[in-house]
Design a protein around this ligand. Structure first.
Ligand SMILES: [Fe+2]
Ligand SMILES: [Fe+2]
Ligand SMILES: [Fe+2]
Ligand SMILES: [Fe+2]
Length: 294
């Protein structure tokens, strides 16, 4: 599930870079693949393990996670970043630690409001923060701090995906304010925390690099990771899980193949100055989108 949440968030970030450079077909491919990772793979795996429970159980798990980040994980990462001399990362984790404390507090109030319906306390809905653009960047830090940035990216992507799943359950059970709280919190985890971390980590590179990274990841999932999960599940008579992992392995193979085809088009179109490419460029000048292709 964590890998699926991370793939979803990374592909949305890669789509931003493809859009910025006018590669709209690549942007669309990243967006549609991102949707499959979340709406199908993450969601189906979540259903398999009954990941989403009651609203109060979901709140308790989230309070524990946010509190851990607020008091331990992110202050520790900030301290390590200061030791590593990477002050922008230290400042980032101080900001995240404070935000997670606010998230934990809102969830605590929500839990109190739901379990004490006569108290007059309402479920808070949180606030929607404007998304931070993710740009193609080089890594700012090295060593353990760089590793901790990757851990943060994975944790924020997972929090985002989990909160959206909790939001759907809250909506289904008529808890509309709680659904908004989950959705607003999720939007901060992805749009601000994941994005700011991605810019420091250097998650996004050129379209070509992003496609190559994605192909490698999809191939690993398709031919190694999910086949191993499927065999493991079959060996303990978990037929449903074995079938799901096998199905996902085939999806990832299709993703790898689609990314590979997009990479071939990109390399063919962007490399040699062929007559055909020159004609196409003459036919459709796009000064604001230098990489745009017909
Ligand atoms: Fe996937
Ligand atoms: Fe949070
Ligand atoms: Fe966060
Ligand atoms: Fe995939």
């Amino acid at each position: 599930m964590r890998g699926e949440a991370f793939a979803h968030a990374a592909y949305l970030a890669y789509a931003q870079e493809a859009e910025r450079t006018g590669e709209l077909d690549i942007a669309e491919l990243f967006r549609s693949t991102a949707a499959t990772e979340l709406d199908e793979h993450f969601t189906e795996e979540a259903e398999l393990i009954d990941f989403v429970r009651s609203n109060t159980a979901n709140l308790r798990v989230s309070i524990a996670g946010e509190t851990e980040e607020h008091t331990t994980t992110y202050p520790g990462f900030a301290e390590q970043a200061r030791r590593d001399g990477c002050l922008p990362a230290a400042a980032l984790w101080e900001e995240l630690a404070a935000d997670e404390g606010v998230h934990a507090e809102r969830f605590r109030i929500a839990l109190f409001a739901i379990t004490n319906p006569g108290s007059g306390v309402r479920v808070p809905v949180g606030v929607r923060v404007p998304p931070v653009p993710i740009e193609a960047t080089e890594p700012v830090c090295t060593g353990q701090t760089q590793e901790n940035l990757l851990t943060t990216l994975r944790g924020e992507a997972f929090a985002y995906a989990s909160y959206l799943a909790y939001a759907a359950h809250a909506r289904d059970t008529g808890r509309l304010r709680l659904a908004r709280l989950w959705e607003n919190t999720a939007s901060q985890e992805l749009g601000e925390h994941f994005a700011e971390t991605a810019n420091l980590y250097g998650l996004v590179g050129s379209n070509e690099r992003n496609l190559r990274t994605s192909i490698a990841g999809e191939q690993h999932e398709a031919t190694t990771m999910y086949p191993a999960f499927s065999r493991q599940a079959a060996s303990v008579d978990e037929g449903e899980a074995a079938g799901l992992f096998a199905e996902i392995a085939h999806d990832e193979a299709r993703h790898a193949s689609a990314f590979l085809n997009a990479l071939v088009d990109l390399v063919l179109g962007g490399g040699a100055e062929t007559d055909e490419a020159a004609t196409a460029a003459d036919r459709q000048p796009a000064p604001d989108r230098p990489g745009a292709r017909a």
